[in-house]
Design a protein around this ligand. Structure first.
Ligand SMILES: Nc1ncnc2c1ncn2[C@@H]1O[C@H](COP(=O)(O)OP(=O)(O)O)[C@@H](O)[C@H]1O
Ligand SMILES: O=C(O)[C@@H](O)C(=O)COP(=O)(O)O
Length: 422
């Protein structure tokens, strides 16, 4: 089927989040992990390419996103989306603005919007400030993120240093008046030379207004939720079609494993909940891994009889993360844990595990790469923004869910396995 919408996600959990929300429309969604090496074939109306570039150096992120853009253009896409985190995660140098500007350049777009709001998960933007539940972003647990600590809540202030062209705001009062009012504000800002517009949204209704006003912009940027209403609009106009039975949710029988590298407040609670249920678990210590490698956890995994679901985790409280980072450096601590969890995933697959619950965006990127997963079919959502996915890994079909650090409720790990068994 010809592709109409092409999205590029800056991490793997973000990509499955977007895929899950778009799939609610019943229009086929295809998710590729990394830029495909082959030219487009067997494409869907909604194509997503997942990258792992949230914390990469800016020039690498631009290079990768440009390659993804070219593939999506070759697939026939006419509208494009740059998906980043609903908590606007970026390093101090930041990739969100530079990548958006480069995509705009390649697409000949003079303006785009930025809307990371995700009301179902408590992310709202008001007067340009991002809230997580009732807390401003910089007072939320995101202030302690291991790789992208968010110390400002104002999106205009966060984005402006990342772009060369002016940044402006279309606030909630404008959005609440409807699509025509928002479209007028955007063209007013365009006439003043504002290329990058933060758009407020606090509720799903706002997202429908934004989608209606912006559906013909060649490039949109944001969290998954602002893209959610688009397929419905385009389906009504006959640009794309629904086809509910388009994905395969089959996987080979085999035991389940939980791998957690996220240190978010919610993942800490999810790990505690799963530990309290008494299953086998192994806590990774970054300092031990730095000194002795991954042999101990791999031996532990090999000794499991798989009758109960094992949990391997590095999830830790902010002070423990800081202590490890002070000794090892932020990048090294992160990459040691990521590569250890990736090795555990590969070993688990090799010894017959077929159901994988993975927590953490960067972690998911490393695990999915280690499993050699190149394409995911999207299944049922376990929680808003976290679907089960199905993929081929080596010669097996596996079920895998990639959970954003912040998503899901406390019982997420057990719930994920229950949803799959239904
Ligand atoms: N105990 C720890 N000490 C230091 N870094 C850690 C620890 N546990 C995990 N990490 C690293 O923290 C990062 C968490 O990021 P990520 O997987 O994207 O989670 P999230 O989805 O919560 O953002 C990863 O790079 C991971 O390897
Ligand atoms: O938009 C979101 O919050 C998620 O889709 C997302 O990007 C997740 O990233 P991580 O929190 O790093 O898993």
């Amino acid at each position: 089927m010809a592709t109409f919408f092409g999205a590029i996600a800056d991490d793997f959990t973000g990509a499955t989040d977007l895929a899950g929300l778009l799939a609610r429309s019943g229009v086929p969604v295809s998710l590729r992990m990394g830029v495909p090496t082959e030219p487009p074939r067997d494409t869907a109306p909604l194509e997503i390419i997942a990258l792992k570039c949230r914390t990469s150096p800016v020039d690498e992120a631009i290079q990768e996103t440009q390659a993804a853009l070219q593939w999506l253009k070759d697939a026939g896409a006419q509208r494009f989306f740059w998906k980043y985190c609903s908590t606007f995660d970026s390093t101090v140098k930041g990739n969100i603005g530079p990548v958006a500007e480069a995509l705009m350049g390649s697409l000949g777009a003079s303006q785009t919007i930025y809307c990371p709001a995700f009301p179902e998960n408590g992310r709202a933007i008001f007067m340009g400030n991002l809230f997580v539940g009732e807390q401003p972003l910089s007072e939320s647990p995101m202030k302690d993120h291991p790789l992208t600590p968010m110390r400002d809540s104002n999106l205009t202030r966060l984005l402006a240093p990342q772009t060369t062209k002016p940044v402006g705001l279309a606030n909630r009062l404008v959005v609440a008046k409807g699509a025509a009012s928002l479209a007028e504000q955007l063209s007013q800002l365009a006439s003043e030379g504002v290329a990058h517009v933060i758009v407020d949204a606090v509720a799903n209704d706002d997202l429908y207004i934004i989608a209606e006003a912006c559906q013909d912009m060649v490039l949109l940027t944001g969290g998954s939720a602002v893209a959610m209403p688009l397929p419905e609009l385009w389906a009504k106009q006959g640009r794309i079609e629904r086809s509910p039975a388009s994905t395969s949710s089959s996987f080979d029988p085999g035991p389940a494993i939980v791998l957690s590298g996220s240190c978010s407040a919610m993942t800490n609670r999810q790990v505690a909940d799963f530990l309290a249920k008494g299953g086998p678990s192994f806590k990774l210590d970054p300092l031990e891994v730095a000194e002795l490698g991954s042999a101990r956890v791999l031996n532990w995994l090999a000794a499991q009889d798989a009758s109960a679901t094992p949990l391997i985790y590095a999830t830790a409280a902010p002070d423990a993360v800081r202590a490890a980072q002070e000794k090892l450096g932020v990048e090294r601590a992160g990459s040691l844990i990521e590569s250890t969890l990736a090795a555990c995933a590969e070993e688990a697959r090799n010894v017959g595990y077929r159901r994988f619950v993975v927590a953490g965006g960067e972690t998911s990127g490393s695990v999915a790469k280690a499993l050699g997963v190149t394409r995911l079919d999207i299944g049922a959502e376990i929680a808003p923004g976290v679907p089960w996915c199905f993929a081929t890994s080596e010669n097996s079909r596996i079920a895998i869910t990639l959970k954003s650090g912040n998503f899901g409720n406390e019982q997420f790990f057990s719930k994920a396995l229950e949803v799959l068994d239904r």
